[in-house]
Design a protein around this ligand. Structure first.
Ligand code: ADP
Ligand code: MG
Length: 326
């Protein structure tokens, strides 16, 4: 099974940023409202993710590190409308097969906290008592220590850390109610505070996407019986200032889709706007109206009624643009 874990690790664990993605998604699944990430040396030395979620029972700790041991898919029908992020049950197994992984956790009603430790190929998981507040901490040390070919693929610490920042950005933009912090080599690099109103939303946008974008951004909000679009559009003469920010979320997941870029271009063209655009847009759609590619590394969607979705987004953008210029 260990070899299978390492093969699976190739798909799930491409680089430190993919570890961060999996660990943070687990925190979110566990209902955490505060997630703190510590990175050492671009993540090649250590990645630590702490949350204040519901924790893991002692009896589940070892299982959490076993392959296909997801606690999340109740039925196949669940897979169709993936509302929770985790559904494959192999992230922790994969990560622990290529690192030294410690999982520490305590549940709300538990009197004690417990820790499981697994290291590389020989997956004799040790479980012992520890001190830990309610919630979970996952420590991933020496990533790829036993897969030297993969370790050689790691880029400079700075580059790997940039990928981690980008990964966090995408998640933080989708989860405005969650408090995130990110440290690199003991230095606090990012802190995203929860947003509960439009003013805080604007502040959070500035801390995630930069003030150049946030200062030029205006809010969009539009819905009909089937679809809802919210988010921000920013325009500027200087392309460099805004157009690096282009994020499109469908039901809370960031996706790559030309449909939204096309709608933005068309809206600007028809409104006679010659400026460059950046955007953070959130589309809500009936999960049955969209196919999500279940490959972990891809972020593609297919809308059953692409034309309808496109035109809805176009109209929402047009409304936003006209309200802004009037
Ligand atoms: P999946 O998320 O697909 O279920 P993972 O390998 O990512 O698979 O996690 C395995 C299991 O470990 C989860 O189903 C969950 O029960 C538990 N788990 C992992 N991380 C956390 C966490 N931060 N808080 C609570 N439970 C967790
Ligand atoms: Mg998971």
């Amino acid at each position: 099974p260990q070899l299978a874990n390492q093969i699976a690790a190739g798909e799930v664990v491409e680089r430190p940023a993919s570890v961060v993605k999996e660990l943070v998604e687990n925190c979110l699944d566990a209902g955490a409202t505060k997630i703190d990430i510590e990175v050492e040396k671009g993540g090649s030395k250590a990645l630590i993710v702490r949350d204040n979620g519901k924790g893991i029972a002692k009896s589940e700790l070892e299982l959490a590190l076993a392959r296909h041991a997801t606690s999340k898919v109740a039925s196949l029908a669940d897979l169709e409308s993936i509302l929770s992020f985790g559904f494959r049950g192999e992230a922790l197994a994969s990560i622990s097969s290529v690192s030294r992984l410690t999982l520490s956790s305590r549940q709300q009603d538990a009197s004690e906290a417990w820790q499981a430790y697994a290291e590389g190929r020989d997956m004799a998981v040790k479980v012992q008592p520890t001190a830990h507040p309610v919630g979970t901490t996952v420590e991933v040390v020496d990533l790829f220590f036993n897969t030297p070919a993969r370790r050689r693929f790691l880029r400079a610490d700075k580059t790997e850390f940039t990928h981690i920042e980008e990964q966090l950005k995408r998640i933080a933009l989708a989860k405005e109610e969650i408090h995130f912090s990110l440290r690199h080599n003991d230095k606090l690099v990012r802190q995203y505070r929860p947003a509960r109103n439009d003013r805080q939303r604007q502040q959070r946008l500035a801390s995630i996407c930069g003030s150049a974008f946030a200062d030029r951004a205006f809010m969009l909000r539009s819905s009909n019986d089937d679809l809802a679009l919210t988010g921000f559009l920013a325009l500027d003469d200087d392309k460099a200032r805004v157009s690096e920010v282009q994020y499109f979320y469908v039901n809370g997941r960031v996706v790559r889709d030309k449909l939204v870029n096309h709608a933005v271009r068309q809206a600007l063209e028809e409104a006679g706007v010659a400026q460059a655009a950046g955007f953070v847009l959130y589309l809500t759609v009936d999960p049955h109206e969209v196919d999500v590619n279940v490959h972990p590394a891809k972020h593609e969607v297919r809308f059953h009624q692409a034309r309808y979705v496109h035109d809805f987004i176009l109209t929402a953008l047009q409304q936003g643009l006209s309200q802004r210029t009037s």
